[in-house]
Design a protein around this ligand. Structure first.
Ligand SMILES: Cc1ncc(COP(=O)(O)O)c(C=O)c1O
Length: 398
Protein backbone atom coordinates (compact mmCIF):
# COMPACT_ATOMS: atom_id res chain seq x y z
CA UNK A 1 0.00 0.00 0.00
CA UNK A 2 2.77 2.40 0.97
CA UNK A 3 4.69 1.53 -2.21
CA UNK A 4 1.63 2.31 -4.32
CA UNK A 5 1.16 5.66 -2.57
CA UNK A 6 4.77 6.75 -2.77
CA UNK A 7 5.36 5.41 -6.28
CA UNK A 8 8.73 6.36 -7.69
CA UNK A 9 9.90 7.95 -4.47
CA UNK A 10 10.45 4.44 -3.13
CA UNK A 11 12.76 3.34 -5.93
CA UNK A 12 16.28 3.81 -4.58
CA UNK A 13 18.83 5.27 -7.03
CA UNK A 14 17.02 4.51 -10.24
CA UNK A 15 19.99 6.08 -12.06
CA UNK A 16 22.32 3.31 -10.91
CA UNK A 17 22.61 0.42 -13.37
CA UNK A 18 23.66 -3.05 -12.24
CA UNK A 19 26.93 -4.37 -13.61
CA UNK A 20 25.94 -6.14 -16.86
CA UNK A 21 28.36 -8.97 -16.16
CA UNK A 22 26.72 -9.54 -12.77
CA UNK A 23 23.31 -9.32 -14.48
CA UNK A 24 24.33 -11.82 -17.13
CA UNK A 25 25.65 -14.20 -14.49
CA UNK A 26 22.34 -14.13 -12.57
CA UNK A 27 20.52 -14.86 -15.81
CA UNK A 28 22.90 -17.75 -16.63
CA UNK A 29 22.45 -19.18 -13.14
CA UNK A 30 18.64 -19.04 -13.51
CA UNK A 31 18.83 -20.85 -16.88
CA UNK A 32 21.18 -23.43 -15.41
CA UNK A 33 18.78 -24.08 -12.54
CA UNK A 34 16.21 -24.91 -15.21
CA UNK A 35 18.63 -27.48 -16.57
CA UNK A 36 19.87 -25.53 -19.63
CA UNK A 37 23.55 -26.04 -20.51
CA UNK A 38 25.09 -22.59 -21.01
CA UNK A 39 28.46 -21.85 -22.64
CA UNK A 40 29.92 -18.99 -20.64
CA UNK A 41 32.03 -16.56 -22.62
CA UNK A 42 30.88 -13.69 -20.43
CA UNK A 43 32.63 -13.21 -17.15
CA UNK A 44 36.24 -12.23 -16.70
CA UNK A 45 36.98 -14.64 -13.90
CA UNK A 46 39.91 -17.03 -14.13
CA UNK A 47 39.02 -20.70 -13.89
CA UNK A 48 42.41 -21.90 -12.64
CA UNK A 49 42.79 -22.73 -8.97
CA UNK A 50 44.69 -20.39 -6.65
CA UNK A 51 48.18 -21.71 -5.79
CA UNK A 52 48.05 -24.45 -3.16
CA UNK A 53 50.47 -22.68 -0.79
CA UNK A 54 48.05 -19.74 -0.78
CA UNK A 55 44.96 -21.75 0.15
CA UNK A 56 46.96 -23.72 2.74
CA UNK A 57 48.18 -20.45 4.26
CA UNK A 58 44.60 -19.22 4.49
CA UNK A 59 43.51 -22.44 6.20
CA UNK A 60 46.36 -22.05 8.70
CA UNK A 61 45.23 -18.49 9.45
CA UNK A 62 41.71 -19.75 10.17
CA UNK A 63 42.90 -22.62 12.36
CA UNK A 64 45.28 -20.29 14.24
CA UNK A 65 42.40 -17.91 14.90
CA UNK A 66 44.06 -15.03 13.05
CA UNK A 67 40.64 -13.80 12.06
CA UNK A 68 39.97 -10.55 13.92
CA UNK A 69 39.86 -7.01 12.57
CA UNK A 70 43.16 -5.65 11.27
CA UNK A 71 44.32 -2.09 10.61
CA UNK A 72 41.75 -0.48 8.33
CA UNK A 73 44.15 -0.24 5.39
CA UNK A 74 45.35 -3.85 5.81
CA UNK A 75 48.07 -5.43 7.94
CA UNK A 76 51.43 -3.71 7.80
CA UNK A 77 53.06 -6.83 6.43
CA UNK A 78 50.48 -7.14 3.61
CA UNK A 79 50.99 -3.49 2.69
CA UNK A 80 54.73 -4.12 2.70
CA UNK A 81 54.20 -7.16 0.43
CA UNK A 82 52.11 -5.03 -1.97
CA UNK A 83 54.75 -2.28 -1.97
CA UNK A 84 57.51 -4.83 -2.66
CA UNK A 85 55.54 -6.45 -5.46
CA UNK A 86 54.86 -3.10 -7.12
CA UNK A 87 58.52 -2.16 -6.81
CA UNK A 88 59.48 -5.44 -8.50
CA UNK A 89 56.77 -5.30 -11.19
CA UNK A 90 56.55 -1.63 -12.13
CA UNK A 91 59.67 -0.16 -10.53
CA UNK A 92 58.03 2.41 -8.23
CA UNK A 93 59.50 2.47 -4.70
CA UNK A 94 56.34 2.58 -2.56
CA UNK A 95 56.41 2.12 1.20
CA UNK A 96 53.57 0.54 3.22
CA UNK A 97 52.08 3.97 4.09
CA UNK A 98 51.60 4.60 0.36
CA UNK A 99 49.46 1.47 0.08
CA UNK A 100 45.91 0.48 1.04
CA UNK A 101 44.45 -3.02 0.86
CA UNK A 102 40.80 -3.02 -0.20
CA UNK A 103 37.86 -5.32 -0.77
CA UNK A 104 38.79 -5.98 -4.38
CA UNK A 105 40.15 -3.49 -6.89
CA UNK A 106 36.58 -2.34 -7.44
CA UNK A 107 36.44 -0.82 -3.98
CA UNK A 108 39.90 0.73 -4.38
CA UNK A 109 38.75 2.45 -7.59
CA UNK A 110 35.55 3.76 -6.05
CA UNK A 111 37.33 5.06 -2.97
CA UNK A 112 40.03 6.76 -5.05
CA UNK A 113 37.33 8.53 -7.08
CA UNK A 114 35.40 9.55 -3.97
CA UNK A 115 38.42 11.10 -2.25
CA UNK A 116 39.68 12.83 -5.40
CA UNK A 117 36.44 14.23 -6.83
CA UNK A 118 34.02 16.88 -5.75
CA UNK A 119 30.54 17.58 -7.10
CA UNK A 120 30.78 19.10 -10.56
CA UNK A 121 34.20 17.66 -11.36
CA UNK A 122 34.74 15.77 -14.59
CA UNK A 123 36.77 12.61 -15.15
CA UNK A 124 38.13 11.60 -18.56
CA UNK A 125 37.18 8.06 -19.46
CA UNK A 126 38.50 6.44 -22.65
CA UNK A 127 35.94 4.45 -24.68
CA UNK A 128 35.44 1.53 -24.63
CA UNK A 129 35.62 1.38 -20.85
CA UNK A 130 35.14 -1.22 -18.17
CA UNK A 131 31.45 -1.24 -17.20
CA UNK A 132 31.83 0.04 -13.63
CA UNK A 133 33.87 3.17 -14.37
CA UNK A 134 31.03 5.50 -15.45
CA UNK A 135 28.82 4.44 -12.53
CA UNK A 136 31.69 4.82 -10.07
CA UNK A 137 32.53 8.31 -11.37
CA UNK A 138 28.87 9.29 -10.91
CA UNK A 139 28.78 7.77 -7.43
CA UNK A 140 31.72 10.03 -6.58
CA UNK A 141 29.59 13.02 -7.61
CA UNK A 142 31.56 13.68 -10.80
CA UNK A 143 30.68 13.42 -14.48
CA UNK A 144 32.29 10.87 -16.82
CA UNK A 145 33.62 12.53 -19.99
CA UNK A 146 33.70 9.77 -22.58
CA UNK A 147 36.76 10.06 -24.80
CA UNK A 148 36.57 8.12 -28.05
CA UNK A 149 39.94 7.48 -29.69
CA UNK A 150 40.24 9.05 -33.14
CA UNK A 151 41.86 5.77 -34.23
CA UNK A 152 41.81 2.24 -32.87
CA UNK A 153 41.15 1.55 -29.20
CA UNK A 154 43.76 3.71 -27.44
CA UNK A 155 43.45 7.41 -26.67
CA UNK A 156 46.10 10.05 -27.37
CA UNK A 157 46.64 13.48 -25.78
CA UNK A 158 44.82 15.01 -28.77
CA UNK A 159 41.76 12.89 -27.98
CA UNK A 160 41.96 13.80 -24.28
CA UNK A 161 42.48 17.52 -24.94
CA UNK A 162 39.15 17.72 -26.74
CA UNK A 163 37.24 17.05 -23.52
CA UNK A 164 39.57 18.62 -20.96
CA UNK A 165 38.43 21.78 -19.20
CA UNK A 166 38.97 23.56 -15.89
CA UNK A 167 36.49 21.10 -14.37
CA UNK A 168 38.59 18.05 -15.33
CA UNK A 169 39.94 16.34 -12.23
CA UNK A 170 41.61 13.33 -13.71
CA UNK A 171 41.83 10.45 -16.13
CA UNK A 172 41.06 6.78 -15.69
CA UNK A 173 43.55 4.71 -17.59
CA UNK A 174 43.14 0.94 -17.87
CA UNK A 175 46.13 -0.81 -19.40
CA UNK A 176 45.94 -3.72 -20.15
CA UNK A 177 42.37 -2.82 -20.97
CA UNK A 178 39.07 -4.49 -20.38
CA UNK A 179 37.29 -5.00 -22.81
CA UNK A 180 39.83 -4.60 -25.66
CA UNK A 181 42.99 -6.21 -24.24
CA UNK A 182 44.88 -3.13 -25.50
CA UNK A 183 48.26 -2.40 -23.92
CA UNK A 184 49.63 1.15 -23.95
CA UNK A 185 53.32 1.30 -24.89
CA UNK A 186 55.84 3.35 -22.87
CA UNK A 187 55.93 5.91 -25.65
CA UNK A 188 52.15 6.32 -25.66
CA UNK A 189 52.14 6.57 -21.88
CA UNK A 190 54.90 9.20 -21.89
CA UNK A 191 52.76 11.38 -24.15
CA UNK A 192 49.69 10.90 -21.96
CA UNK A 193 51.78 11.51 -18.80
CA UNK A 194 53.10 14.78 -20.12
CA UNK A 195 49.55 15.85 -21.07
CA UNK A 196 48.28 15.00 -17.56
CA UNK A 197 51.17 16.86 -15.89
CA UNK A 198 50.61 19.94 -18.07
CA UNK A 199 46.86 19.89 -17.40
CA UNK A 200 47.24 19.21 -13.65
CA UNK A 201 45.29 15.94 -13.79
CA UNK A 202 45.24 12.96 -11.48
CA UNK A 203 45.57 9.55 -13.08
CA UNK A 204 43.79 6.49 -11.73
CA UNK A 205 45.67 3.65 -13.36
CA UNK A 206 43.75 0.37 -13.24
CA UNK A 207 46.37 -2.34 -13.78
CA UNK A 208 44.46 -5.43 -12.65
CA UNK A 209 45.37 -7.34 -15.85
CA UNK A 210 49.07 -6.46 -15.79
CA UNK A 211 50.20 -10.07 -15.23
CA UNK A 212 48.74 -11.31 -18.51
CA UNK A 213 50.55 -9.38 -21.20
CA UNK A 214 51.54 -11.33 -24.32
CA UNK A 215 55.20 -10.90 -25.38
CA UNK A 216 56.54 -8.88 -27.14
CA UNK A 217 54.10 -6.42 -25.51
CA UNK A 218 55.18 -5.34 -22.03
CA UNK A 219 53.30 -3.79 -19.18
CA UNK A 220 54.42 -0.31 -18.22
CA UNK A 221 52.78 1.61 -15.42
CA UNK A 222 52.25 5.32 -16.01
CA UNK A 223 53.21 5.76 -12.33
CA UNK A 224 56.76 4.69 -13.19
CA UNK A 225 57.27 7.57 -15.63
CA UNK A 226 59.14 10.69 -14.47
CA UNK A 227 57.23 12.71 -11.85
CA UNK A 228 54.07 10.64 -12.35
CA UNK A 229 53.98 8.66 -9.08
CA UNK A 230 52.93 11.86 -7.28
CA UNK A 231 49.79 12.22 -9.42
CA UNK A 232 48.93 8.55 -10.04
CA UNK A 233 46.95 6.04 -8.02
CA UNK A 234 47.84 2.54 -9.18
CA UNK A 235 45.13 -0.05 -8.62
CA UNK A 236 45.79 -3.79 -8.59
CA UNK A 237 44.04 -6.99 -7.62
CA UNK A 238 44.62 -10.55 -6.51
CA UNK A 239 41.39 -11.60 -8.28
CA UNK A 240 42.88 -12.16 -11.71
CA UNK A 241 46.60 -12.77 -11.19
CA UNK A 242 46.20 -15.43 -8.49
CA UNK A 243 42.69 -16.69 -9.23
CA UNK A 244 41.37 -15.25 -5.95
CA UNK A 245 38.36 -13.38 -7.38
CA UNK A 246 35.91 -14.46 -4.69
CA UNK A 247 38.31 -13.68 -1.85
CA UNK A 248 37.92 -9.96 -2.59
CA UNK A 249 41.36 -8.50 -2.13
CA UNK A 250 42.63 -5.56 -4.14
CA UNK A 251 44.85 -2.61 -3.43
CA UNK A 252 45.87 0.90 -4.38
CA UNK A 253 49.19 2.72 -4.14
CA UNK A 254 49.85 6.40 -4.53
CA UNK A 255 50.64 9.65 -2.76
CA UNK A 256 50.22 9.27 0.99
CA UNK A 257 47.69 12.15 1.11
CA UNK A 258 45.33 10.25 -1.20
CA UNK A 259 45.95 6.85 0.35
CA UNK A 260 45.36 8.11 3.89
CA UNK A 261 42.10 9.76 2.75
CA UNK A 262 41.08 6.40 1.27
CA UNK A 263 41.92 4.71 4.58
CA UNK A 264 39.74 7.23 6.43
CA UNK A 265 36.90 6.58 3.98
CA UNK A 266 37.38 2.82 4.28
CA UNK A 267 37.17 3.12 8.08
CA UNK A 268 33.51 4.12 7.56
CA UNK A 269 32.64 1.68 4.79
CA UNK A 270 34.06 -1.85 4.79
CA UNK A 271 36.79 -1.49 7.48
CA UNK A 272 39.68 -3.80 6.63
CA UNK A 273 39.26 -6.26 3.75
CA UNK A 274 38.67 -9.86 4.89
CA UNK A 275 41.47 -10.81 7.27
CA UNK A 276 41.80 -14.34 5.91
CA UNK A 277 42.00 -12.96 2.37
CA UNK A 278 44.76 -10.62 3.54
CA UNK A 279 46.86 -13.54 4.79
CA UNK A 280 46.21 -15.45 1.58
CA UNK A 281 46.97 -12.42 -0.58
CA UNK A 282 50.21 -11.70 1.23
CA UNK A 283 51.42 -15.25 0.62
CA UNK A 284 50.47 -14.94 -3.06
CA UNK A 285 52.22 -11.59 -3.48
CA UNK A 286 55.41 -12.71 -1.71
CA UNK A 287 55.58 -16.16 -3.34
CA UNK A 288 56.77 -17.33 -6.76
CA UNK A 289 55.15 -15.45 -9.66
CA UNK A 290 55.94 -17.87 -12.50
CA UNK A 291 52.36 -19.10 -12.95
CA UNK A 292 51.24 -15.75 -14.40
CA UNK A 293 53.45 -16.08 -17.47
CA UNK A 294 52.08 -19.59 -18.04
CA UNK A 295 48.49 -18.36 -17.76
CA UNK A 296 49.27 -15.48 -20.14
CA UNK A 297 50.66 -18.00 -22.67
CA UNK A 298 47.56 -20.20 -22.35
CA UNK A 299 45.22 -17.23 -22.79
CA UNK A 300 47.23 -15.97 -25.74
CA UNK A 301 46.94 -19.36 -27.46
CA UNK A 302 43.23 -19.50 -26.80
CA UNK A 303 42.68 -15.92 -28.02
CA UNK A 304 44.68 -16.69 -31.19
CA UNK A 305 42.55 -19.76 -31.82
CA UNK A 306 39.30 -17.82 -31.33
CA UNK A 307 40.51 -15.02 -33.62
CA UNK A 308 41.41 -17.52 -36.32
CA UNK A 309 37.96 -19.15 -36.11
CA UNK A 310 36.21 -15.81 -36.15
CA UNK A 311 38.39 -14.42 -38.91
CA UNK A 312 36.90 -16.94 -41.31
CA UNK A 313 33.31 -16.07 -40.45
CA UNK A 314 32.88 -12.80 -42.31
CA UNK A 315 30.22 -11.43 -39.95
CA UNK A 316 32.40 -10.77 -36.90
CA UNK A 317 35.70 -8.88 -36.85
CA UNK A 318 38.39 -8.01 -34.37
CA UNK A 319 40.24 -4.99 -35.78
CA UNK A 320 42.58 -4.51 -32.84
CA UNK A 321 43.73 -7.92 -31.61
CA UNK A 322 44.41 -7.89 -27.88
CA UNK A 323 47.93 -7.72 -26.49
CA UNK A 324 46.89 -9.02 -23.11
CA UNK A 325 44.35 -10.77 -21.00
CA UNK A 326 41.28 -12.80 -21.53
CA UNK A 327 39.05 -10.53 -23.56
CA UNK A 328 38.30 -10.18 -27.26
CA UNK A 329 36.46 -7.09 -28.44
CA UNK A 330 34.46 -8.12 -31.46
CA UNK A 331 32.96 -5.80 -34.01
CA UNK A 332 29.60 -7.46 -34.63
CA UNK A 333 28.18 -4.85 -36.98
CA UNK A 334 28.19 -7.43 -39.81
CA UNK A 335 25.66 -9.49 -37.84
CA UNK A 336 23.30 -6.62 -37.02
CA UNK A 337 20.10 -6.25 -39.01
CA UNK A 338 20.26 -9.98 -39.76
CA UNK A 339 18.41 -12.99 -38.44
CA UNK A 340 19.96 -14.68 -35.41
CA UNK A 341 18.07 -17.45 -33.61
CA UNK A 342 14.81 -16.74 -35.40
CA UNK A 343 14.72 -12.95 -34.98
CA UNK A 344 16.24 -9.87 -36.57
CA UNK A 345 18.84 -8.38 -34.21
CA UNK A 346 19.19 -4.61 -34.16
CA UNK A 347 22.02 -3.95 -31.75
CA UNK A 348 24.56 -5.59 -29.46
CA UNK A 349 22.01 -6.09 -26.64
CA UNK A 350 19.61 -7.77 -29.01
CA UNK A 351 22.34 -9.94 -30.47
CA UNK A 352 23.63 -11.05 -27.05
CA UNK A 353 20.06 -11.84 -26.00
CA UNK A 354 19.46 -13.90 -29.15
CA UNK A 355 22.74 -15.77 -28.64
CA UNK A 356 21.82 -16.63 -25.06
CA UNK A 357 18.27 -17.73 -25.93
CA UNK A 358 18.95 -19.57 -29.15
CA UNK A 359 22.56 -20.75 -28.93
CA UNK A 360 22.90 -20.85 -25.13
CA UNK A 361 26.09 -18.81 -25.33
CA UNK A 362 26.55 -16.11 -22.69
CA UNK A 363 28.42 -13.09 -24.08
CA UNK A 364 28.40 -9.53 -22.75
CA UNK A 365 27.05 -6.95 -25.24
CA UNK A 366 29.33 -3.98 -25.92
CA UNK A 367 26.63 -1.46 -25.07
CA UNK A 368 27.67 -1.07 -21.47
CA UNK A 369 31.33 -0.73 -22.46
CA UNK A 370 30.37 2.17 -24.71
CA UNK A 371 29.59 0.50 -28.07
CA UNK A 372 26.28 -0.74 -29.42
CA UNK A 373 27.94 -2.78 -32.16
CA UNK A 374 30.48 -4.83 -30.26
CA UNK A 375 30.45 -8.01 -28.22
CA UNK A 376 33.00 -8.86 -25.55
CA UNK A 377 34.14 -12.45 -25.39
CA UNK A 378 36.01 -13.74 -22.40
CA UNK A 379 38.20 -16.82 -22.87
CA UNK A 380 38.53 -17.37 -19.13
CA UNK A 381 36.57 -20.59 -19.34
CA UNK A 382 37.62 -24.23 -19.79
CA UNK A 383 39.06 -24.66 -23.29
CA UNK A 384 36.33 -27.08 -24.48
CA UNK A 385 33.66 -24.63 -23.31
CA UNK A 386 35.33 -21.79 -25.27
CA UNK A 387 35.58 -24.01 -28.36
CA UNK A 388 31.94 -25.12 -28.23
CA UNK A 389 30.76 -21.61 -27.34
CA UNK A 390 32.60 -20.05 -30.28
CA UNK A 391 31.26 -22.68 -32.73
CA UNK A 392 27.73 -22.02 -31.47
CA UNK A 393 28.26 -18.28 -31.77
CA UNK A 394 29.51 -18.62 -35.33
CA UNK A 395 26.75 -20.90 -36.46
CA UNK A 396 24.13 -18.63 -34.84
CA UNK A 397 25.38 -15.53 -36.68
CA UNK A 398 25.73 -17.51 -39.91
C1 LIG B 1 39.27 -3.40 -15.49
C2 LIG B 1 38.82 -3.98 -14.18
N1 LIG B 1 39.09 -3.32 -13.05
C3 LIG B 1 38.73 -3.81 -11.85
C4 LIG B 1 38.04 -4.99 -11.74
C5 LIG B 1 37.62 -5.46 -10.39
O1 LIG B 1 38.50 -6.38 -9.83
P1 LIG B 1 38.28 -6.95 -8.38
O2 LIG B 1 37.76 -8.34 -8.51
O3 LIG B 1 39.63 -6.92 -7.73
O4 LIG B 1 37.32 -6.05 -7.66
C6 LIG B 1 37.73 -5.72 -12.90
C7 LIG B 1 36.97 -6.97 -12.79
O5 LIG B 1 36.43 -7.51 -13.69
C8 LIG B 1 38.13 -5.19 -14.14
O6 LIG B 1 37.85 -5.84 -15.28
Amino acid sequence: VIAAELGDALVPRRDLAESPTAQLESRVEAMRREGVRIYRLGVGEPTFRPPRHVTEGAIRAIVDHRDGYTDTGGTWSLREAIANRLQADIGVPYSPVDVIATTGAKHALLQALIVLCEAGDEVLLPVPYWVSFPEQIRLAGAQPMLVSPAQGVKVTPTDLARLTSTRTRGLILNSPANPTGAVYTSKELLEIASFCADSGLWVISDEVYSAWVYPPERHTSIAALPAMSRRTIVVGSTSKTYGLAGWRLGYAAGPVSVISAMVRLQSHTTSNPSTIAQYAGEIALRGPQGRSARHAREYQECVAWVLAEIGGSGRLRCDDPPGAGIFIWLDASGALGRRVGGRIVHGADDLAEALLEAAHVAIVPGTRFGSGQHLRISVAAPRNEVAEGVQRLLSAVG
